[in-house]
Design a protein around this ligand. Structure first.
Ligand SMILES: [Zn+2]
Length: 84
């Protein structure tokens, strides 16, 4: 998914779906009504932070599963990913 906005001849459009966001060139919403993409700098920062948290949670639960199932090499790979 692309984030943010693009400037067009008709005003501002969503960078992801190209849907028209604003005709007067002023961004009044944080997310695209059509595709849900974050548009403003704040919304993009929140979105990326949230994505990172979800990724870490997923990796941690995968790590717990691999430890429970005694799959050593998989646990090591996940530990490496969590460090990055
Ligand atoms: Zn959109």
């Amino acid at each position: 998914m692309k984030y943010g906005t693009v400037n067009t001849e008709r005003g501002i459009a969503c960078a992801n779906c190209n849907s028209s966001i604003s005709q007067d060139g002023v961004l009044k919403q944080n997310f695209c009504e059509k595709c849900g993409a974050p548009l403003s700098v704040e919304a993009i920062a929140d979105y990326e932070r949230h994505n990172d948290e979800i990724k870490k949670m997923l990796l941690k639960s995968m790590q717990e599963i691999s430890i429970k199932n005694n799959t050593d090499s998989f646990a090591k790979i996940l530990a490496q990913l969590l460090e990055d």
